[in-house]
Ligand binder design. Structure first.
Ligand code: SF4
Ligand code: SF4
Length: 751
């Protein structure tokens, strides 16, 4: 970088100039940082932006803007490739604190100091763009989901390699008689149109189809995956879509519902095949079926079997009953259910079934006799009711995700490296906990389901894609559906959660958009969600590395492998730029061009700490930029107020916070440190999956250190913050400030 020339611009608009002294702020820049600041009454207006642009023309190559939150006016204050830093004087200062108050002024000056201290510690990132990148997309699975993904990716101009393990395309849809309604009026079963989808894919020149083929090995990273196939061939792809679908729950485990005792107790999948083959007949004697009971939740929502709702079994039974009655109007169809789950348009199918004469019995099935008598604990009449005279009992069994290869060699659950991971059940033993949220619990996410890996990832963190509950492929279900903890690999369809044909097709389209974004971002050296477009990536100074492997273990995305000398090696396009590795490294040897422990510590130390006789504590809030910072911004927009004694330091993720930052803060004289970030745990909301869990894990070890320093453990706390917490967080902050005042000032203040 040529000589750094930093321009400093202050905005007095939006009420800032009426609440704080701009002259004093200019004075801070000049006296403490030898920088001339320019103040404008509307910096985001054409004139204000014009002043900055003119200075850039004249040689300014780094811009510091003290105005509104960094989350707004990004278009006005974007001067690429010039780096722009922001200090928030609006949402977190003048809109949330009283005007003309000396504490508000001190707050504004400290935020300006933090930005001015940050400026010399960073440089514009240079993207990682080594070698060739592939924009081809691998789709694993040739059912409805995979076929739709292949079709959509090709329509977006991408070459697709579609792999199907069996010898046919179409998946389970090929065995369906009709499909659930997906067009208005959504009232009747609709024709099975899987052949048309298969033909569309086969006719698409950009799609290469391989059936009877699977993946034996996956190496590399987004834009550069090398895939070895079961036929020995090797392919390069840029992104991977996992669309391996589902299989029915093993009905042999449902002996209590008569399965296996009578051939006329069948699963919904077996019954579907009968409907497709023609008019169903009894397996026992070949006689036509005139009276059928459909037993809902056969193994679903049952802690001994599948604890979840498979979501489509109710509608499937309604469809099957309607098909039966359509073929033979005299058929008696009974549906025994505990709750009928027909959300959205499926309600129309429910109405059709009622109108067609299907009999609905609300209750739990207590057993199915060998003579096909179904005993129902009827909820309406509050007694056991036998349902007899049946020709067939159809068990509505649920969906099990094909997130692993059941025929493959079983890999141990927890195959992912877990060194340093957290106790599955233990509460976060943070030094202190503040606020009205319940104490958070960290649960270790199951790393792999039993069975062989579908991709056999050659990653340091193991061959499996991590899975969430009950074997479903991991996906950040709140913010980033389809994304897994292995960057560039996306899941969609029933391998992600139970869903029907139409939903699976929509899901496939969503995953394709992610995959396309992955291959395009990889070649540009840019990050994916949530730091979309970030060009920085972690750089490790191996001269200082002690090979402790913490970075390798803690990276939520398996981005770090090891070289032959067991030094950590970052796969740049797998990296999501969370900085968790940086926070983990005990020797501070991991940094980004624009983010480092040194930068954070310098910003922390830039704040002026009043002495204990002032009666004014200083509390550092290290806040995650994903939810906590937007929530605080929103609090400011709502003119909620909170203590002016806190200083907020935004970070990429709590995972990026090194314990050294906390000890630096306490040594500098802060009276308390609050980490504010997303909810950790199995049902995580952490945007980097386990960054906030890692922070909690690290923090759990701080208490003893604080005690050995004769500091109260309650001085360091972690609180959960969600995007909608604009009203709650100011209360949490003020309570914590009161708590710190009750504890007393940091005895290290002034040393
Ligand atoms: S921990 Fe985060 S920043 Fe570090 S390598 Fe992994 S994804 Fe990248
Ligand atoms: S955490 Fe730091 S010291 Fe440990 S292996 Fe990674 S880079 Fe090396």
């Amino acid at each position: 970088m040529s000589e750094r020339k930093t321009g400093v611009y202050l905005c007095s608009g939006c009420g800032i100039g009426e609440a704080v002294s701009m002259a004093a702020l200019e004075g801070v820049a000049k006296a403490e940082y030898k920088l001339e600041a320019k103040t404008h009454a509307c910096l985001c207006g054409d004139e204000g932006v014009g002043i900055i642009k003119a200075d850039i023309e004249a040689g300014v190559n780094q811009v510091v803007i003290a105005a509104c939150s960094s989350r707004v006016m990004t278009d006005r204050f974007g001067f690429e490739p010039i780096q722009t830093l922001r200090a928030d004087l609006r949402e977190k200062v003048t809109w949330s604190h009283p005007a003309g108050d000396e504490d508000t002024q001190a707050l504004a000056e400290d935020y300006l100091r933090m930005a001015l201290a940050q400026a010399p510690k960073i440089k514009a990132p240079e993207p990682w763009q080594e070698g060739d990148f592939s924009t081809r997309i691998l789709v694993l699975g040739g059912g409805v989901t995979g076929l739709t993904a292949a079709k959509e990716a090709a329509a977006m101009g991408h070459d697709v390699l579609l792999l199907e393990q069996s010898d046919r395309l179409g998946g389970r849809a090929c065995d369906s008689s009709k499909r659930l309604p997906h067009t208005p009026p959504y009232a009747q079963p609709e024709p099975n149109d899987i052949d048309a989808l298969v033909a569309a894919v086969r006719g698409q020149s950009k799609v290469t189809v391989r059936t009877g083929c699977s993946v034996t090995k996956t190496e590399g990273m987004p834009g550069k995956f090398t895939i070895t196939l079961s036929d020995g061939s090797v392919e390069m792809v840029g992104a991977i879509i996992l669309a391996t679908g589902w299989r029915p729950y093993d009905a042999t485990k449902l002996g209590h519902l008569g399965y296996g005792a009578s051939p006329d107790v069948v699963t919904n999948v077996e019954f579907e095949a009968m409907l497709k083959a023609g008019k169903p007949s009894r397996k026992s004697n070949g006689q036509p079926v005139k009276s059928v009971a459909f037993v809902q939740c056969a193994g679903s929502r049952d802690p001994d079997h599948l604890p979840y709702c498979s979501s489509i079994c109710c509608a499937t039974s309604l469809k099957q009953a309607l098909e039966l009655i359509e073929a033979e109007p005299a058929t008696n169809a009974y549906v025994v259910y505990e709750e009928m789950r027909t959300p959205g348009t499926a309600e129309e199918l429910y109405r059709s079934a009622q109108a067609a004469g299907v009999v609905f019995i609300k209750g739990k099935v207590k057993g199915v006799g060998a003579n096909l008598t179904v005993t129902v604990a009827d909820e309406l009449v509050q007694e056991d009711v036998p349902l007899s005279g049946l020709d067939m009992v159809v068990l509505a069994t649920g969906m099990v995700p094909n997130s692993t290869n059941p025929d493959g060699e079983a890999l141990e659950v927890g195959a992912e490296l877990l060194v340093g991971d957290v106790d599955p059940e233990a509460p976060i033993a943070v030094a202190g906990y503040c606020g009205d949220a319940p104490a958070a619990h960290v649960k270790r996410t199951q790393a792999a389901a039993p069975g062989g890996s579908l991709l056999n990832l050659q990653y340091r963190q193991g061959p499996h894609l991590p899975v969430l509950h009950d074997g479903f492929s991991d996906s950040h279900y709140i913010c980033f559906p389809y994304e897994t903890r292995r960057t560039g690999i996306y899941t969609c369809g029933p391998v992600r959660r139970p869903m029907d044909w139409a939903e699976a097709a929509e899901d496939a389209s969503g995953a394709v958009l992610k995959a396309v974004q992955a291959v395009r971002s990889a070649s540009a050296g840019a990050a994916l969600h949530p730091r979309v477009g970030d060009l920085s990536y972690p750089k490790i100074n191996l001269n200082q590395c002690t090979k402790c492997k913490r970075c390798t273990v803690e990276c939520p995305f398996g981005a770090i492998d090891e070289n032959a000398e067991t030094y950590p090696i970052v796969n740049a396009t797998r990296c999501r730029r969370c900085g968790t590795c940086m926070g983990a490294c005990p020797v501070r040897t991991i940094s980004f061009d624009n983010y480092s422990v040194d930068m954070l510590s310098t910003m922390i130390k830039a704040v002026k700490i009043p002495d204990e006789f002032s009666g004014k504590p200083r509390i550092l809030i290290i806040a995650c930029e994903n939810d906590a910072i937007p929530a605080l911004d929103q609090a400011g927009i709502k003119h909620n107020t909170w203590s002016a004694h806190v200083r907020v330091l935004p970070v990429r993720c709590l995972g990026s916070v090194s314990l050294l930052c906390i000890s630096d803060a306490l040594s500098a004289g802060y009276d308390g440190v609050m980490l504010m970030g997303c909810k950790p745990g199995d049902d995580y909301q952490c945007h980097f999956v386990k960054g906030s869990a890692m922070a909690a894990e690290r923090l759990s070890k701080v208490g003893d250190t604080l005690k050995s320093m004769m500091l109260e453990p309650e001085r360091v706390v972690q609180v959960e913050a969600a995007i909608a917490d604009a009203d709650r967080l100011p209360v949490v902050i003020d309570k914590y400030v009161e708590q710190i005042l009750a504890i007393g000032f940091n005895p290290f203040k002034g040393f």
